[in-house]
Design a binder for this molecule. Structure first.
Ligand code: SF4
Length: 264
């Protein structure tokens, strides 16, 4: 096994800036084969990724984390996308129900520290349990969403999952996303049409007003201190130690597009 770092990905990330989302997904399928999955929370960008997988006819599993306190509309969107796009959606669940967690730890989401713990237990850990199954995960982050995502790379190292995160939509503007959705009649979570610009758990998500930032409806009760759940490593402050993964050297060669004849 050898180390692949975020710095190693700098050059390929630079060349990928001109690629379309579909080209990036095709590349991912070619390089990672059966060790590729997608991650979607059934919000609009995730729906677009699901539609692209469907139209490319790629049988790539889609991981979906059900925290146990999602909106029914989100679960219905998952079921519609699975049925109508013919995708294999794997629903991941936390170890404990919300009732069990609350009985043991109290209502965590009422404080910024508790939110981090609750999101870790109910969102991040169910995904981290899958570490080792996949070498790459397709996500749906976009730079035009602002905040931490303004700097999001196309390929990002995920040390917790020991995989590469691929963000094929990273350069799509909201206008381009809307145009794709309209042209292809993409299945959308109906809550978007009710003022929810982003959608998470029903305990921690509210609609936003037209003049508010896109993520203002997330953890509104906690003020400006809680913005992300932490399931995406590029949303974390400072990451978690050295940003590197361990891959077989042959896989690193495929990712970086190089052939290694010998090692000095
Ligand atoms: S969004 Fe709220 S309820 Fe959902 S996991 Fe995070 S803190 Fe818990």
């Amino acid at each position: 096994m050898a180390r692949l770092t975020q710095a190693d990905l700098a050059e390929i990330n630079r060349t990928f800036e001109e690629r379309t989302p579909q080209e990036l997904i095709r590349w991912a399928r070619h390089v990672f084969g059966e060790r590729l999955a997608a991650l979607s929370s059934m919000q609009e960008s995730g729906s677009v990724v699901c539609h692209m997988l469907h139209s490319l006819k790629f049988d790539v599993p889609v991981l979906f984390v059900d925290t146990g306190v999602l909106f029914q509309e989100t679960l219905d969107t998952r079921d519609r996308i699975s049925r109508e796009y013919g995708l294999r959606i794997e629903t991941l669940v936390p170890e404990k129900t919300m009732e069990q967690q609350t009985a043991e730890l109290g209502i965590l989401y009422l404080t910024p520290e508790g939110q981090h713990q609750c999101c870790d237990l109910r969102k991040t850990q169910p995904l981290v349990k899958q570490a080792g199954r996949f070498d790459a995960l397709i996500g749906s982050l976009r730079r035009s969403d602002g905040g931490k995502r303004e700097q999001c790379p196309i390929l990002a190292i995920d040390p917790r999952m020991n995989c590469v995160r691929i963000n094929p939509l990273v350069n799509l503007t909201q206008e381009q996303l809307d145009a794709y959705i309209a042209e292809h009649h993409v299945i959308l979570n109906p809550l978007h049409a009710q003022g929810y610009s982003t959608i998470g758990c029903n305990r921690c998500t509210t609609p936003v007003l037209p003049n508010e930032p896109k993520r203002a409806g997330r953890w509104r009760h906690l003020g400006p201190w809680s913005v992300y759940c932490g399931i995406n490593p590029t949303d974390l402050d400072g990451g978690e130690g050295a940003p590197a993964v361990e891959f077989p050297i042959e896989l690193i060669d495929r990712v970086l597009g190089r052939a290694t004849d010998f090692v000095i």
